[in-house]
Design a protein around this ligand. Structure first.
Ligand code: NAD
Length: 377
Protein backbone atom coordinates (compact mmCIF):
# COMPACT_ATOMS: atom_id res chain seq x y z
CA UNK A 1 0.00 0.00 0.00
CA UNK A 2 1.40 3.43 -0.82
CA UNK A 3 0.53 6.68 0.95
CA UNK A 4 2.48 9.43 -0.70
CA UNK A 5 6.03 8.14 -0.52
CA UNK A 6 5.36 5.48 2.16
CA UNK A 7 5.37 1.92 0.86
CA UNK A 8 4.43 -1.15 2.87
CA UNK A 9 4.99 -4.69 1.74
CA UNK A 10 4.55 -7.53 4.23
CA UNK A 11 6.53 -10.73 3.70
CA UNK A 12 5.58 -13.90 5.51
CA UNK A 13 8.35 -15.99 7.01
CA UNK A 14 8.61 -19.51 5.70
CA UNK A 15 11.21 -21.92 4.40
CA UNK A 16 10.62 -23.18 0.86
CA UNK A 17 12.80 -25.92 -0.58
CA UNK A 18 12.73 -27.05 -4.20
CA UNK A 19 14.38 -30.30 -5.17
CA UNK A 20 13.14 -32.69 -7.79
CA UNK A 21 12.98 -36.30 -6.64
CA UNK A 22 14.03 -35.51 -3.06
CA UNK A 23 10.76 -34.82 -1.22
CA UNK A 24 11.12 -37.75 1.20
CA UNK A 25 14.58 -36.79 2.47
CA UNK A 26 13.83 -33.08 2.58
CA UNK A 27 10.54 -33.57 4.40
CA UNK A 28 12.28 -35.69 7.06
CA UNK A 29 14.81 -32.87 7.51
CA UNK A 30 12.06 -30.31 7.98
CA UNK A 31 10.25 -32.43 10.60
CA UNK A 32 13.53 -32.83 12.45
CA UNK A 33 14.35 -29.13 12.13
CA UNK A 34 11.07 -28.35 13.92
CA UNK A 35 11.94 -30.91 16.62
CA UNK A 36 8.68 -32.83 16.08
CA UNK A 37 8.13 -36.55 16.55
CA UNK A 38 4.41 -37.24 16.05
CA UNK A 39 3.20 -36.59 12.52
CA UNK A 40 -0.42 -36.25 11.39
CA UNK A 41 -0.50 -36.74 7.61
CA UNK A 42 -3.33 -35.01 5.75
CA UNK A 43 -3.93 -36.29 2.23
CA UNK A 44 -6.82 -36.71 -0.23
CA UNK A 45 -7.84 -40.26 -1.10
CA UNK A 46 -6.36 -39.92 -4.60
CA UNK A 47 -2.87 -39.01 -3.34
CA UNK A 48 -2.57 -41.67 -0.61
CA UNK A 49 0.06 -43.65 -2.45
CA UNK A 50 2.05 -40.52 -3.22
CA UNK A 51 1.90 -39.48 0.43
CA UNK A 52 2.91 -42.95 1.62
CA UNK A 53 6.07 -42.71 -0.48
CA UNK A 54 6.89 -39.19 0.65
CA UNK A 55 6.28 -39.83 4.36
CA UNK A 56 7.97 -43.25 4.50
CA UNK A 57 10.22 -43.42 7.56
CA UNK A 58 8.56 -40.49 9.35
CA UNK A 59 7.03 -40.98 12.82
CA UNK A 60 3.44 -40.94 11.50
CA UNK A 61 0.84 -41.35 14.28
CA UNK A 62 -2.30 -40.82 12.16
CA UNK A 63 -3.43 -40.17 8.58
CA UNK A 64 -6.48 -38.11 7.67
CA UNK A 65 -7.88 -38.86 4.21
CA UNK A 66 -11.27 -37.10 4.34
CA UNK A 67 -10.13 -34.03 2.34
CA UNK A 68 -12.84 -32.25 0.31
CA UNK A 69 -12.69 -29.07 -1.77
CA UNK A 70 -13.39 -25.78 0.00
CA UNK A 71 -12.87 -27.43 3.42
CA UNK A 72 -16.40 -28.08 4.71
CA UNK A 73 -16.69 -27.37 8.45
CA UNK A 74 -17.42 -31.03 9.28
CA UNK A 75 -14.20 -32.08 7.50
CA UNK A 76 -12.20 -29.51 9.47
CA UNK A 77 -13.74 -30.75 12.74
CA UNK A 78 -12.99 -34.39 11.93
CA UNK A 79 -9.35 -33.64 11.09
CA UNK A 80 -8.94 -31.61 14.28
CA UNK A 81 -10.40 -34.47 16.32
CA UNK A 82 -7.93 -36.91 14.79
CA UNK A 83 -5.12 -34.50 15.57
CA UNK A 84 -6.14 -34.35 19.24
CA UNK A 85 -6.88 -38.09 19.58
CA UNK A 86 -3.53 -39.07 18.06
CA UNK A 87 -1.60 -36.46 20.09
CA UNK A 88 0.18 -35.38 16.91
CA UNK A 89 2.66 -32.51 17.23
CA UNK A 90 3.08 -31.57 13.55
CA UNK A 91 0.79 -31.66 10.51
CA UNK A 92 2.19 -32.70 7.13
CA UNK A 93 -0.03 -32.13 4.08
CA UNK A 94 0.67 -33.88 0.77
CA UNK A 95 -1.61 -32.71 -2.02
CA UNK A 96 -3.35 -29.79 -3.69
CA UNK A 97 -4.89 -26.67 -2.22
CA UNK A 98 -7.79 -28.56 -0.64
CA UNK A 99 -5.35 -30.72 1.30
CA UNK A 100 -3.21 -27.78 2.36
CA UNK A 101 -6.42 -25.98 3.35
CA UNK A 102 -7.49 -28.89 5.55
CA UNK A 103 -4.09 -28.83 7.25
CA UNK A 104 -4.49 -25.08 7.80
CA UNK A 105 -7.87 -25.66 9.47
CA UNK A 106 -6.13 -27.99 11.94
CA UNK A 107 -3.25 -25.58 12.54
CA UNK A 108 -5.70 -22.74 13.16
CA UNK A 109 -7.30 -24.28 16.24
CA UNK A 110 -4.83 -26.93 17.39
CA UNK A 111 -1.67 -24.83 17.44
CA UNK A 112 0.31 -27.41 15.48
CA UNK A 113 2.97 -26.32 13.00
CA UNK A 114 2.32 -27.24 9.39
CA UNK A 115 4.64 -28.55 6.68
CA UNK A 116 3.22 -28.60 3.15
CA UNK A 117 4.19 -30.79 0.23
CA UNK A 118 2.17 -29.30 -2.65
CA UNK A 119 1.21 -31.40 -5.67
CA UNK A 120 -0.68 -28.77 -7.69
CA UNK A 121 -0.06 -25.09 -8.51
CA UNK A 122 -2.79 -23.72 -6.21
CA UNK A 123 -0.29 -21.88 -4.00
CA UNK A 124 -2.21 -22.06 -0.72
CA UNK A 125 1.02 -23.19 0.99
CA UNK A 126 2.55 -19.70 0.56
CA UNK A 127 -0.29 -17.72 2.12
CA UNK A 128 -1.51 -17.19 5.70
CA UNK A 129 -5.10 -17.39 4.42
CA UNK A 130 -7.42 -20.12 5.67
CA UNK A 131 -10.90 -20.91 4.38
CA UNK A 132 -13.73 -23.04 5.73
CA UNK A 133 -17.16 -23.51 4.16
CA UNK A 134 -20.21 -23.73 6.37
CA UNK A 135 -23.76 -23.91 5.03
CA UNK A 136 -22.80 -22.67 1.55
CA UNK A 137 -20.78 -19.70 2.71
CA UNK A 138 -17.03 -19.70 2.63
CA UNK A 139 -15.39 -17.88 5.51
CA UNK A 140 -11.77 -16.90 5.13
CA UNK A 141 -9.31 -15.31 7.48
CA UNK A 142 -5.67 -14.37 7.74
CA UNK A 143 -3.69 -15.93 10.56
CA UNK A 144 0.07 -16.35 10.72
CA UNK A 145 -0.37 -19.69 12.53
CA UNK A 146 -1.75 -21.38 9.39
CA UNK A 147 1.19 -20.46 7.18
CA UNK A 148 3.25 -23.63 6.72
CA UNK A 149 6.59 -23.37 8.51
CA UNK A 150 8.16 -25.18 5.60
CA UNK A 151 7.17 -26.10 2.05
CA UNK A 152 8.80 -28.96 0.17
CA UNK A 153 8.42 -28.73 -3.61
CA UNK A 154 9.25 -31.76 -5.69
CA UNK A 155 8.38 -31.62 -9.38
CA UNK A 156 8.35 -35.43 -9.56
CA UNK A 157 5.17 -35.39 -7.45
CA UNK A 158 3.34 -33.37 -10.10
CA UNK A 159 3.88 -35.55 -13.18
CA UNK A 160 0.69 -37.48 -12.35
CA UNK A 161 -1.41 -34.32 -12.79
CA UNK A 162 -3.54 -34.88 -15.91
CA UNK A 163 -3.20 -32.25 -18.69
CA UNK A 164 -6.56 -30.60 -17.94
CA UNK A 165 -5.78 -30.14 -14.26
CA UNK A 166 -2.22 -29.06 -15.02
CA UNK A 167 -3.59 -26.33 -17.25
CA UNK A 168 -6.38 -25.08 -15.00
CA UNK A 169 -4.15 -25.18 -11.92
CA UNK A 170 -1.46 -23.20 -13.77
CA UNK A 171 -4.09 -20.64 -14.81
CA UNK A 172 -5.22 -20.47 -11.19
CA UNK A 173 -1.63 -19.50 -10.35
CA UNK A 174 -1.59 -17.00 -13.22
CA UNK A 175 -4.75 -15.47 -11.72
CA UNK A 176 -2.81 -14.86 -8.48
CA UNK A 177 -0.37 -12.81 -10.53
CA UNK A 178 -2.82 -10.79 -12.60
CA UNK A 179 -5.16 -10.09 -9.68
CA UNK A 180 -2.16 -8.95 -7.58
CA UNK A 181 -1.75 -5.94 -9.87
CA UNK A 182 -4.96 -4.32 -8.68
CA UNK A 183 -5.47 -5.92 -5.28
CA UNK A 184 -5.90 -3.82 -2.11
CA UNK A 185 -2.28 -3.98 -0.93
CA UNK A 186 -0.67 -4.05 -4.38
CA UNK A 187 2.74 -2.41 -4.29
CA UNK A 188 5.82 -2.37 -6.52
CA UNK A 189 7.31 -5.43 -4.79
CA UNK A 190 4.22 -7.65 -4.98
CA UNK A 191 3.61 -6.49 -8.55
CA UNK A 192 7.17 -7.32 -9.64
CA UNK A 193 6.92 -10.76 -8.02
CA UNK A 194 3.60 -11.30 -9.78
CA UNK A 195 5.10 -10.44 -13.16
CA UNK A 196 7.98 -12.85 -12.58
CA UNK A 197 5.59 -15.62 -11.48
CA UNK A 198 3.43 -15.05 -14.57
CA UNK A 199 6.46 -15.13 -16.85
CA UNK A 200 7.61 -18.48 -15.42
CA UNK A 201 4.13 -20.00 -15.69
CA UNK A 202 3.51 -18.76 -19.23
CA UNK A 203 6.94 -20.01 -20.36
CA UNK A 204 6.67 -23.42 -18.71
CA UNK A 205 3.05 -24.45 -19.27
CA UNK A 206 3.34 -25.16 -23.03
CA UNK A 207 6.39 -27.34 -22.38
CA UNK A 208 4.58 -29.26 -19.65
CA UNK A 209 1.58 -29.75 -21.92
CA UNK A 210 3.90 -31.07 -24.58
CA UNK A 211 5.54 -33.51 -22.19
CA UNK A 212 3.97 -33.99 -18.75
CA UNK A 213 7.15 -35.72 -17.55
CA UNK A 214 9.39 -32.72 -18.35
CA UNK A 215 10.72 -32.23 -14.81
CA UNK A 216 12.60 -29.04 -15.60
CA UNK A 217 9.42 -27.39 -16.88
CA UNK A 218 7.40 -28.88 -14.01
CA UNK A 219 9.87 -27.36 -11.55
CA UNK A 220 9.57 -23.97 -13.30
CA UNK A 221 5.80 -24.26 -12.84
CA UNK A 222 6.26 -24.85 -9.10
CA UNK A 223 8.63 -21.88 -8.83
CA UNK A 224 6.18 -19.74 -10.78
CA UNK A 225 3.21 -20.80 -8.69
CA UNK A 226 5.15 -20.16 -5.47
CA UNK A 227 6.19 -16.66 -6.53
CA UNK A 228 2.61 -16.03 -7.69
CA UNK A 229 1.23 -17.01 -4.29
CA UNK A 230 3.83 -14.91 -2.43
CA UNK A 231 2.74 -11.92 -4.55
CA UNK A 232 -0.90 -12.68 -3.79
CA UNK A 233 -0.18 -13.03 -0.06
CA UNK A 234 1.39 -9.56 -0.13
CA UNK A 235 -1.21 -7.86 -2.31
CA UNK A 236 -4.44 -9.47 -1.06
CA UNK A 237 -7.51 -10.48 -3.04
CA UNK A 238 -8.59 -8.33 -5.94
CA UNK A 239 -11.77 -8.40 -8.00
CA UNK A 240 -10.99 -11.74 -9.62
CA UNK A 241 -10.54 -13.54 -6.31
CA UNK A 242 -13.61 -11.91 -4.78
CA UNK A 243 -15.73 -13.20 -7.66
CA UNK A 244 -14.24 -16.70 -7.47
CA UNK A 245 -14.55 -16.72 -3.70
CA UNK A 246 -18.29 -16.04 -3.98
CA UNK A 247 -18.68 -18.70 -6.68
CA UNK A 248 -16.59 -21.31 -4.92
CA UNK A 249 -18.23 -20.96 -1.52
CA UNK A 250 -21.85 -20.83 -2.65
CA UNK A 251 -21.85 -23.14 -5.67
CA UNK A 252 -18.94 -25.52 -5.02
CA UNK A 253 -17.41 -25.18 -8.49
CA UNK A 254 -14.04 -26.74 -9.18
CA UNK A 255 -11.57 -24.18 -7.86
CA UNK A 256 -8.82 -24.22 -10.46
CA UNK A 257 -11.10 -24.46 -13.51
CA UNK A 258 -13.35 -21.69 -12.18
CA UNK A 259 -10.32 -19.38 -11.79
CA UNK A 260 -9.17 -20.29 -15.27
CA UNK A 261 -12.56 -19.41 -16.79
CA UNK A 262 -13.09 -16.13 -14.93
CA UNK A 263 -9.59 -14.60 -15.28
CA UNK A 264 -9.73 -13.29 -18.90
CA UNK A 265 -13.17 -11.76 -18.29
CA UNK A 266 -11.95 -9.82 -15.24
CA UNK A 267 -8.82 -8.86 -17.16
CA UNK A 268 -11.03 -7.56 -19.98
CA UNK A 269 -12.88 -5.44 -17.46
CA UNK A 270 -9.91 -4.06 -15.52
CA UNK A 271 -7.11 -3.73 -18.07
CA UNK A 272 -8.68 -0.74 -19.88
CA UNK A 273 -8.59 1.13 -16.56
CA UNK A 274 -5.08 0.16 -15.45
CA UNK A 275 -2.04 1.22 -17.43
CA UNK A 276 0.13 -0.38 -14.74
CA UNK A 277 -1.46 -3.82 -15.22
CA UNK A 278 -1.30 -3.48 -19.03
CA UNK A 279 2.40 -2.66 -18.81
CA UNK A 280 3.10 -5.60 -16.52
CA UNK A 281 1.08 -8.06 -18.59
CA UNK A 282 2.94 -6.86 -21.70
CA UNK A 283 6.21 -7.81 -20.00
CA UNK A 284 4.87 -11.36 -19.62
CA UNK A 285 4.25 -11.61 -23.39
CA UNK A 286 7.24 -9.76 -24.86
CA UNK A 287 6.88 -8.85 -28.50
CA UNK A 288 3.10 -8.94 -28.44
CA UNK A 289 1.26 -5.92 -29.84
CA UNK A 290 -1.46 -6.05 -27.19
CA UNK A 291 -1.27 -7.79 -23.79
CA UNK A 292 -4.96 -8.73 -23.68
CA UNK A 293 -4.83 -10.32 -27.14
CA UNK A 294 -1.68 -12.12 -26.05
CA UNK A 295 -3.45 -13.48 -22.97
CA UNK A 296 -6.34 -14.72 -25.11
CA UNK A 297 -3.99 -16.34 -27.62
CA UNK A 298 -2.17 -18.03 -24.77
CA UNK A 299 -5.50 -19.26 -23.40
CA UNK A 300 -6.40 -20.70 -26.81
CA UNK A 301 -3.00 -22.34 -27.20
CA UNK A 302 -3.31 -24.18 -23.88
CA UNK A 303 -6.96 -25.14 -24.47
CA UNK A 304 -8.11 -23.42 -21.30
CA UNK A 305 -11.57 -24.18 -19.94
CA UNK A 306 -14.09 -21.55 -21.07
CA UNK A 307 -17.49 -21.86 -19.51
CA UNK A 308 -18.94 -21.69 -16.02
CA UNK A 309 -22.00 -23.58 -17.29
CA UNK A 310 -19.60 -26.36 -18.27
CA UNK A 311 -18.36 -26.44 -14.66
CA UNK A 312 -21.90 -26.91 -13.37
CA UNK A 313 -23.02 -23.39 -12.44
CA UNK A 314 -26.80 -23.39 -12.89
CA UNK A 315 -28.33 -20.55 -14.93
CA UNK A 316 -30.51 -19.20 -12.08
CA UNK A 317 -27.41 -18.91 -9.88
CA UNK A 318 -25.57 -16.43 -12.12
CA UNK A 319 -27.39 -13.34 -10.86
CA UNK A 320 -27.11 -14.52 -7.24
CA UNK A 321 -23.36 -15.04 -7.68
CA UNK A 322 -23.05 -11.53 -9.10
CA UNK A 323 -24.83 -10.07 -6.07
CA UNK A 324 -22.62 -12.00 -3.64
CA UNK A 325 -19.45 -11.00 -5.48
CA UNK A 326 -20.31 -7.35 -6.10
CA UNK A 327 -20.60 -6.74 -2.34
CA UNK A 328 -16.93 -7.71 -2.03
CA UNK A 329 -15.15 -5.84 -4.84
CA UNK A 330 -12.31 -3.89 -3.19
CA UNK A 331 -12.20 -0.14 -3.58
CA UNK A 332 -8.65 -0.58 -4.92
CA UNK A 333 -10.19 -1.90 -8.15
CA UNK A 334 -9.06 0.24 -11.09
CA UNK A 335 -12.70 0.96 -11.95
CA UNK A 336 -15.94 0.64 -10.01
CA UNK A 337 -17.84 -2.60 -10.45
CA UNK A 338 -21.56 -2.61 -9.72
CA UNK A 339 -23.66 -5.76 -9.51
CA UNK A 340 -24.65 -5.28 -13.20
CA UNK A 341 -21.01 -5.16 -14.28
CA UNK A 342 -20.18 -8.32 -12.36
CA UNK A 343 -23.31 -10.01 -13.74
CA UNK A 344 -22.26 -9.12 -17.31
CA UNK A 345 -18.85 -10.67 -16.67
CA UNK A 346 -20.41 -13.79 -15.19
CA UNK A 347 -22.99 -14.23 -17.97
CA UNK A 348 -20.25 -14.00 -20.53
CA UNK A 349 -18.14 -16.52 -18.60
CA UNK A 350 -21.18 -18.74 -18.03
CA UNK A 351 -21.91 -18.94 -21.75
CA UNK A 352 -18.27 -19.54 -22.57
CA UNK A 353 -18.05 -16.47 -24.81
CA UNK A 354 -14.62 -15.14 -25.69
CA UNK A 355 -13.54 -12.55 -23.13
CA UNK A 356 -13.46 -8.98 -24.46
CA UNK A 357 -12.14 -5.62 -23.38
CA UNK A 358 -14.88 -3.52 -21.77
CA UNK A 359 -14.08 0.11 -22.63
CA UNK A 360 -14.14 2.66 -19.83
CA UNK A 361 -17.11 4.95 -20.41
CA UNK A 362 -16.91 8.67 -19.73
CA UNK A 363 -13.99 11.03 -20.05
CA UNK A 364 -13.52 11.65 -16.33
CA UNK A 365 -12.61 8.18 -15.06
CA UNK A 366 -8.91 8.58 -14.57
CA UNK A 367 -6.62 5.58 -14.50
CA UNK A 368 -6.12 4.39 -11.00
CA UNK A 369 -2.72 3.26 -9.86
CA UNK A 370 -2.65 0.27 -7.51
CA UNK A 371 -2.23 0.48 -3.78
CA UNK A 372 -5.33 1.90 -2.19
CA UNK A 373 -7.50 1.33 0.78
CA UNK A 374 -9.29 -1.73 1.99
CA UNK A 375 -7.92 -5.07 2.95
CA UNK A 376 -9.08 -8.60 2.64
CA UNK A 377 -8.62 -11.95 1.00
P1 NAD B 1 -7.52 -29.82 -5.06
O1 NAD B 1 -6.57 -29.79 -3.96
O2 NAD B 1 -8.95 -30.02 -4.73
O3 NAD B 1 -7.06 -30.90 -6.12
C1 NAD B 1 -7.80 -31.13 -7.30
C2 NAD B 1 -7.77 -32.60 -7.68
O4 NAD B 1 -6.45 -32.96 -8.05
C3 NAD B 1 -8.14 -33.54 -6.55
O5 NAD B 1 -8.94 -34.57 -7.04
C4 NAD B 1 -6.79 -34.08 -6.09
O6 NAD B 1 -6.94 -35.34 -5.49
C5 NAD B 1 -6.04 -34.13 -7.40
N1 NAD B 1 -4.57 -34.07 -7.30
C6 NAD B 1 -3.82 -33.29 -6.51
N2 NAD B 1 -2.52 -33.47 -6.76
C7 NAD B 1 -2.43 -34.38 -7.76
C8 NAD B 1 -1.35 -34.98 -8.47
N3 NAD B 1 -0.08 -34.64 -8.24
N4 NAD B 1 -1.66 -35.89 -9.42
C9 NAD B 1 -2.94 -36.20 -9.73
N5 NAD B 1 -4.00 -35.67 -9.09
C10 NAD B 1 -3.76 -34.76 -8.12
O7 NAD B 1 -7.48 -28.48 -5.95
P2 NAD B 1 -6.46 -27.28 -6.00
O8 NAD B 1 -6.84 -26.52 -7.20
O9 NAD B 1 -5.07 -27.73 -5.84
O10 NAD B 1 -6.82 -26.42 -4.70
C11 NAD B 1 -8.09 -25.83 -4.55
C12 NAD B 1 -8.35 -25.43 -3.12
O11 NAD B 1 -7.28 -24.65 -2.62
C13 NAD B 1 -9.61 -24.58 -2.95
O12 NAD B 1 -10.35 -25.01 -1.85
C14 NAD B 1 -9.07 -23.19 -2.70
O13 NAD B 1 -9.92 -22.37 -1.95
C15 NAD B 1 -7.77 -23.48 -2.00
N6 NAD B 1 -6.77 -22.41 -2.16
C16 NAD B 1 -6.49 -21.65 -1.08
C17 NAD B 1 -5.57 -20.64 -1.17
C18 NAD B 1 -5.21 -19.84 0.04
O14 NAD B 1 -4.38 -18.96 -0.03
N7 NAD B 1 -5.79 -20.13 1.17
C19 NAD B 1 -4.91 -20.38 -2.38
C20 NAD B 1 -5.22 -21.18 -3.48
C21 NAD B 1 -6.15 -22.21 -3.36
Amino acid sequence: MTHGDVLVHESWGQRAVFATGAARALLAEEVERLGRSRVLVVVAEGERELAARVTEGLPVVATFTGVRQHVPMEVAEEARRLHRDSRADVVVTVGGGSTTGTGKAVALTEGAPLIAVPTTYAGSEATPVWGITDEGRKTTGVDASVLPKAVVYDAALTTSLPPGLTTSSALNALAHCVDSWWAPRANPLSSALAAEGARQLVDALPAVRQDGADLRARQAMLLGSYVAAVAFAGAGSGMHHKICHALGGAFALDHAAMHAVVLPHVAGYNLPASADARRRLSSVFPGSADPFDALLSFYASVEAPRSLAGLGLAEPDVERAAELAAEQIPSSNPRPAATRDVADILWSAWRGEPARLIPVAGPDLGEKEPGDTDDGH
